[in-house]
Design a protein around this ligand. Structure first.
Ligand code: 5AD
Ligand code: FES
Length: 342
């Protein structure tokens, strides 16, 4: 196996070594092939609410962005969207939203129970909640949880949203792990004043924590946020970071992130050939797609769930890969959850 335990100086070298980028991405592709094979797992992403109580400086749906038309789906609409996605063939539904308290614990539990009947794995991506809430969602049938740590540079994190606490976010991740979720986390690269050394720290943090999934995307400045004039991240840095993540954790799930494709029309394909093994196509319907704008240049805003499923399917087969046939969980946790799913 090509896996290495990389020390911080070595990670920094890989992140900055322009001459050997191709070699790094290729090595990550090899490690991916040997450890998780050629299947690409698809997750149907439902953006069910763009209402958020937080005010992160980088995010297009931050509380203070008054230009956003706010929406949330009602319960039935959300369940309907999930059912359609399951029919199309998605085996995992990702429910993502801002921190919208209309979706209180009972409401979400009811929804999770109903969506579970479509025989799908459920991933929640709804931000910070209490331990008790996380436990309730898990008991209702949620399998996985996505909560990016965003950066492990605590000063930077607090500058990006002075009202939030890095420690609290970390404690959420610990709670999710303790409860038994498959935990996905991740970071953005190219944040203002984020150093390469701190990206190396981020990678080691995700490895030490033992994430089941790691999402890495470039920061893309949104024109209606205070960071509108920032430089943003590059595809190259995001791909390198993702490739190193694959070397550090050969058998986890790593998505080819939508933000990568927003920077380059082949972004997700490049990612799939540089260590990634997951894609999360959007299955949100109609106008909502445009309104859920975390960053500008978001792809697929005028497309339909069926279109995206077949579009990404064609892309996957065109590079000699195949769509995942199972639920695509991370190793042994998959088995435990399958017992519940069947
Ligand atoms: N550019 C890129 N990614 C962003 N996210 C939020 N805002 C932006 C942006 N401007 C990412 C965050 C969040 C995830 C859902 O989207 O990492 O956790
Ligand atoms: Fe949506 Fe290609 S994935 S159009």
């Amino acid at each position: 196996m090509l896996q290495k335990q990389l020390a911080k100086p070595e990670i920094i070298r890989l992140l900055t070594d322009d001459d050997n980028e191709e070699k790094l991405l290729h090595q990550a592709d090899e490690v991916r092939h040997q450890n998780v094979g050629d299947e690409v797992h698809l997750r149907g992403l439902i953006e069910f609410s763009n209402i958020c109580r937080n005010n992160c400086l980088y995010c297009g749906i931050r509380r203070d962005n008054k230009h956003v038309t706010r929406y949330h789906m009602d319960e039935e609409e959300l369940i309907d969207t999930a059912e359609k996605a399951a029919h199309i063939g998605f085996k995992t539904i990702v429910m993502q939203s801002g921190e919208d308290m209309y979706y209180h614990t009972d409401r979400l539990c009811r929804i999770i129970e109903k969506i579970k009947r479509f025989n799908v794995a459920i991933t929640l991506s709804i931000g910070e909640r209490s331990f008790a809430d996380y436990q309730s969602f898990y008991n209702a049938g949620a399998d996985r949880y996505l909560l990016r740590i965003e950066t492990t540079d605590k000063n930077l994190y607090h500058r990006l949203d002075p009202q939030m606490s890095w420690q609290k976010r970390y404690e959420c991740l610990l709670a999710l792990k303790e409860i038994g979720y498959e935990v996905g986390s991740g970071i953005m690269v190219g944040l203002p004043e984020q150093s390469i050394a701190s990206i190396a720290d981020d990678l080691l943090f995700l490895q030490n924590f033992g994430v089941d999934m790691a999402g890495i995307g470039p920061f893309i400045p949104h024109p209606q946020t205070p960071l509108k004039d920032a430089a943003g991240g590059t595809l190259s840095l995001a791909l390198r970071t993702m490739a190193i993540m694959r070397l550090l954790m050969p058998d986890i799930n790593i998505p080819a992130t939508t933000a990568m494709e927003s920077l380059h029309p082949q972004g997700r394909i490049k990612a799939l050939q540089s260590g990634a093994n997951v894609v999360m196509p959007n299955v949100t319907e109609g106008e909502y797609r445009k309104l859920y704008e975390l960053y500008p240049g978001k792809i697929c805003v005028n497309d339909t769930p069926v279109h995206c499923y077949s579009c990404i399917g064609i892309k996957i087969t065109s590079i000699g890969r195949k769509i995942g046939s199972g639920y695509g969980g991370h190793n042994n946790k998959q088995k435990k959850k399958n017992l519940i799913l069947i």
